[in-house]
Structure formats: C-alpha cells, structure tokens
Design a protein around this ligand. Structure first.
Ligand code: GUN
Length: 300
C-alpha cells in the first residue's frame, strides 16, 4: 500500500475547532449565537442518525440547535409554513431540510422555499446559480468538505485533470463547479459514459460519488492520483458474523491504495467532513446576516 490515507475524521475535528472559535468570537464580541434549524419529515432510520449527529455537533460547537421532527404524512403546506416561520426567525441562521422527503412532497419546491441566505445546504436554485457563475454563494457541504481536503493535500489545484464520477445535484454537479472554480480541467462522468475506466485513468483527482459499492477498481486509478471516495454503501459482511454488515465506498480501497498518491477511506474520510462543513456554513451564514467579516478557511 503506497497511498497516503487522508484522515477525514481528524480534518473534520480541525474544522469544528475553527467553527467553535468563531462561535466564541461571535458570542463574546457581538452577543450573537449562530443557530441551525434541522427539519426531518418521517422516520427514515439513516436520516434519524444524521439528524441526531447534526444536533449534537451543533451544540458541541456552541451553536443553538433547533430540531423539527414532523410525521411522515405531514401535508406539504404545513412544511412550507414551518419553513416560512424559520425564514423569519432571527435566531435561525441556517435551515436544513433532511432529504429524502416523502413522495407526496415536492422536494424542489420545498428547497426553493428556504431563504437563500439561510440555505446552508446550498441547494436553493439561487445558490446553485451563484456557484455556477463563480459568485459568492452557500456551497453544498459534502463537495465543500472534499474541496477542503483536496486543497490541504495538493495545495494549488490549477491545471489538474479532475474526474467526478456521478452527476447528482447534491455532490457531482456542485463538486465539478468547485473544481472548475479552482481551475481544474473537469470531466463529469456517469453511468452512460463511454469507456469509464479510461476516463478515470486520466484523472489526477478522482472523485467517486455514485453510490455503488467498490465499483471503481484499482486499475482505473492513475498512479499518484488523489482519490476522494464519497460513497457510503452498507454491504453484507459474513466474515463479521451472520447478518453483519460493513460500510464501503464507491472505490475498491485496497486496490486503489496500491496505486493512488492519496485516498480517503470509508468510513473516516469524506463522511465526517459533511457535518463539519454544515457547521461552517451556518457560521458563514450568521456572519453574512450580521454584516460581519467571514471566517478564513471555512468557505470555498
Ligand atoms: N440527505 C443526505 N445527504 C444530505 C445532505 O447533504 N443534505 C440534506 N438536506 N439531506 C441529505
């Protein structure tokens, strides 16, 4: 194994430390406590775990955490009314509506009802447009975390070939925009891409965000490349005992680590960075709302 293992857990701790410092400054210097509201509709077990972790880490960073748990059959109009109240609440600087939403709710409509200034997920169409045109925006948390790790690992990204496998609105597309903003030559690849192995082999930076366990083998990785694995896939692990499971990424870690220059593990890579960046975005939103300078190193 030759690759440097990028420790996302340690990196996330550093980001959370910076966030906590900034929260302290806002409280002491300005009497402002950043507040994050998280809205969960229904009882999806994975979403419940995320929301619990978000609430805990928000409080640990010294911020106010507001949790709104709504029944799975909540009418869309009630959810929109809650978002209106949160938009108007001066104690709330960031609003996150946990996805996926139940089928009877129009996710795009709901996400676009969040005030763009409080849209700490960066999913509002205005923020998507601002990011796409290189203007100051709220940046989606997972791609922001990936960008921070890449800059930390590689320094200047300018001129590097970056391949993003996956074209989701949450990761693939904003990731590509961020890499373009850092002057990479960017390819977005997906399930219909012709000769995906060869496309991947051209990547100095390979970001995998498809949600298919270990679909990228080591021989698709360019020697020395930096590999960012966004996938979190639960697979059976009979070696751990009957009915046991484990988490794997979209990249075959053991194979890729023989070839890559640096690689993020799963778990312990990109995952911990997502919530750290959510906290960072909440502080950023709070500073902007109050006309205060934004903290260094917590935005794109
Ligand atoms: N569900 C899975 N990932 C995310 C995310 O980044 N934001 C929201 N709101 N929901 C999610």
């Amino acid at each position: 194994m030759g690759a440097t293992i990028i420790d996302g857990k340690a990196f996330a701790e550093t980001v959370r430390g910076k966030v906590a410092d900034e929260v302290g400054r806002l409280k002491r210097g300005h009497g402002i406590t950043p507040g994050l509201a998280v809205v969960l509709v229904g009882e999806d077990p994975a979403s419940q775990v995320y929301v619990r972790n978000k609430g805990r880490q928000t409080a640990e960073a010294g911020m106010q955490s507001f949790e709104h748990k709504l029944p799975v059959d909540t009418p869309q109009a009630d959810l929109l009314a809650l978002i209106d109240r949160l938009n108007d609440d001066p104690a709330v600087h960031g609003i996150l509506v946990q996805l996926p939403l139940p089928d009877h709710i129009d996710s795009d409509l709901v996400l676009n009802a969040i005030s763009p200034a409080k849209d700490v997920d960066g999913f509002h169409i205005l923020n998507v447009g601002l990011l796409g045109t290189g203007q100051k925006s709220m940046v989606p948390c997972t791609p922001l975390g990936c960008l921070m790790m890449l800059r930390d690992q590689l320094g200047d990204l300018s001129g590097l070939n970056a391949v993003v496998v996956g074209r989701s609105n949450i990761v693939g597309k904003p990731m590509a925009q961020l890499l373009l903003g850092d002057s990479c030559t960017v390819t977005i690849a997906h399930s219909r891409t012709r000769d995906l192995p060869e496309v991947c082999r051209g990547a100095d930076i390979l970001v995998a965000a498809v949600g298919r366990p270990a679909m990228i083998p080591g021989d698709w990785v360019k020697p020395g490349a930096t590999v960012i694995d966004v996938g979190i896939n639960r697979v059976p692990a009979p070696e751990k005992g009957e009915g046991k499971t484990r988490l794997v990424g979209d990249v075959d870690f053991d194979g890729a680590a023989q070839v890559a220059g640096a690689i993020t593990p799963v778990p312990g890579g990109v995952g911990p960075m997502t919530i750290a960046c959510l906290l960072a975005n909440t502080v950023t939103a709070c500073c902007r709302a109050n006309g205060l300078p934004e903290p260094e190193g917590l935005t794109a």
